[in-house]
Design a protein around this ligand. Sequence first.
Ligand code: IPM
Ligand code: MN
Length: 357
Amino acid sequence: MQTYKLAVIPGDGIGREVTPVALKILKKATNSVAEFVEEHFELGAEHWAATGGTFEHPESGEVLTDETLEAIRKNDAILLGAVGDPSVPSGVLERGLLLKLRFGLDHYINLRPSKIYPNVDSPLSDKILGRGPVDFIVVREGTEGLYCGAGGSVRTGSENEVATEVSINTAYGVERTVRYAFELANTRERKKLTLVHKHNVLVNAGHLWRRTVEKVAPEFPDVSTDYLHVDATTIFLVTDPQRFDVIVTDNLFGDILTDEAGAISGGIGLAASGNIDASRRNPSMFEPVHGSAPDIAGQNLADPRAAILSAAMLAEHLGLNDAGAKIREAIDADILEFGTAKGRSTTQIGDSILSRI
Ligand code: IPM
Ligand code: MN
């Protein structure tokens, strides 16, 4: 029996409802092979307010201290719910908690699978869906680009305000992401890698990404590559999603495309993700792509399946592949029976999946 240390961060809103469900299912699926020693971290809007954060003085509250980050780092993996609340100014929790974790733990791969399950409502027409399975995965760079926080503003609030946001792209950061994407594509049936960028305009970063793909490609002779501008990609995601297998792209493009990917594949209620340090020097973190959904929070209405699928990714990351497969089979069966049908509670969906394991 293998023992793993698991940091659990339910976070805000529906994160507090879906995370316990995902945890219960993870434990049941792994109970014969692994034991999880949990450490729960109460972080998010409530903790920030309780430590003195206010809308006027957000910096007075505690978001994620360096000590807590170090405590989280000592774990083998992290299960995260969702972060964000309207009582906190935009950016405080996102930058101070979620991005501090991703950057501090070097989660340079943000892995976001997308597939259209049978019996799930997709806004795509039957004509498009009739062309075969939609099953692709976005490898989003997680620690660079426009997310670095490079920039600032001067003369803030005046008519002469100047604001900059600088996109940082390093050869090191791009290459490790591109390599990961090639390796992943090489394990998949179709072995196809699409680079998405905008190198007709963003000629500096864009050509760095393009040259890096060209440099690494000869090491993966079985993987075919192509390139799309990001604007064209948004079109193909709704007109021909079957063309995609593995997409590799930068941080912001990946953020936007994976919301669209969630929408075409039956809603954000099924979109899971992993924030991965593929070097395994730091624990990787698994979270649903959806946010904290304050409008439905506390009502037992949230679909826990994205969190449960994230727990399956967590199990697989730790090498617990049978457990991951068990969770996926249970989810497949649940979706086949109920689809995206609304009207089921968080608890009902959780119990239905739990009983199938
Ligand atoms: C996501 C979210 C985050 C991101 C925000 C909350 C910082 O939108 O996980 O996709 O932009 O990465
Ligand atoms: Mn996003």
